[in-house]
Design a protein around this ligand. Structure first.
Ligand code: SF4
Ligand code: SF4
Length: 205
């Protein structure tokens, strides 16, 4: 389990570097305090991309509180649940542990049927940074590197195809990831000679 989580985190770290570089070179950026894409109705994710987040919760004994929050059926992603009052836009509360879709949207590219790249982003960014967007659409097909959505999904797919194909509304995937990680560590004791079994998570930290 930890091996899979570390592999996903390595991919996320690589993506972070690429997307930060792309943001700087393209001049594209999110609007201040915007979290509209996190509030999109029907936002979906797969279970695999939330394993690192689930591990963070289990490691810090925060998973029961997260499950309680999920039980309250928040309208949007659980990580915005505390800030869903109208007008409050504090953004993602677990930015470091967010999923792959959260990392890609806005700062990545998708290919069309002719293999031409287009920026995978929102209409707000397109309108606010119209000149940068127009120029970036040309440059990503010539001299500007951009993280490509399908490349990153392929990379995580090979870590665990079953969990990578398990797509659900985002809170359902978060719940499944938490349950999976919590169950794994609750049922995998590590026995050291002459000592009581310890939860595997203590050994792996
Ligand atoms: S990608 Fe667009 S909608 Fe999402 S936070 Fe950035 S500016 Fe807002
Ligand atoms: S995990 Fe964070 S970035 Fe992703 S949808 Fe939820 S609040 Fe938004």
């Amino acid at each position: 389990m930890l091996d899979k989580i570390r592999k996903i985190e390595r991919i996320f770290n690589q993506l972070e570097k690429e997307s930060v570089k792309f943001g700087k070179q393209s001049g594209l950026r999110c609007l201040t305090n915007c979290d509209i894409c996190c509030r999109k109705k029907g936002l979906e994710a797969n279970v695999l991309e939330f394993l690192p987040f689930a591990y963070y919760l289990v490691k810090n004994d925060l998973h029961d509180a997260a499950l309680d929050l999920l039980d309250s059926n928040p309208e949007h992603c659980i990580n915005l649940a505390k800030t869903q009052a109208p007008g409050q836009t504090a953004g993602c509360s677990v930015y470091e542990h967010r999923g792959l879709i959260c990392r890609l949207f806005g700062f990545s590219g998708v290919r069309d049927k002719n293999a031409r790249l287009a920026v995978y982003t929102c209409s707000l960014m397109k309108n606010e940074f119209a000149a940068e967007y127009k120029q970036t659409m040309e440059r990503i097909n010539s001299d500007l590197d951009i993280p490509v959505v399908s490349d990153y999904y392929y990379q995580i797919y090979y870590i665990d195809p079953q969990l990578a194909n398990d797509y659900n509304p985002i809170n359902v995937s978060i719940r499944k990831a938490i349950e999976k990680v919590a169950y794994y560590y609750e049922h995998k004791p590590v026995r050291k000679s002459g000592t009581k079994p310890k939860p595997a998570i203590e050994k792996e930290l």
